[in-house]
Design a protein around this ligand. Structure first.
Ligand SMILES: [Zn+2]
Length: 94
């Protein structure tokens, strides 16, 4: 699944609710999910890691949708040529 397809999928599932909640509330949910991922990483909860990464990605996609940002386009524009600063892959910034 491409990033754009994932963002569209999350929009089909949640956009109506997420857009009516608004950016501030959606951002709080995103931060909560980042916190859950952090906890799973810190406690080395291997069984929960995959799901927590998926949740953070889903909330990031929602945050982008509510902000009118195409996540795939944004990622490609910034990183397709390598490091945005030095343009090298791998990054050669000192
Ligand atoms: Zn670099």
């Amino acid at each position: 699944m491409r990033i754009e397809e994932f963002q569209e999928l999350i929009e089909r599932i949640y956009y109506e609710r997420d857009s009516s909640r608004g950016l501030a509330g959606t951002h709080m949910w995103f931060c909560e999910e980042v916190g859950e991922l952090t906890r799973a990483l810190r406690r080395n909860e291997v069984d929960d890691l995959e799901g927590e990464f998926a949740d953070v990605l889903a909330w990031l996609a929602t945050l982008a949708s509510v902000s009118g940002v195409n996540l795939e386009q944004a990622a490609c524009r910034k990183y397709a040529e390598g490091c945005p600063r030095c343009r090298a892959t791998p990054c050669a910034c000192g």
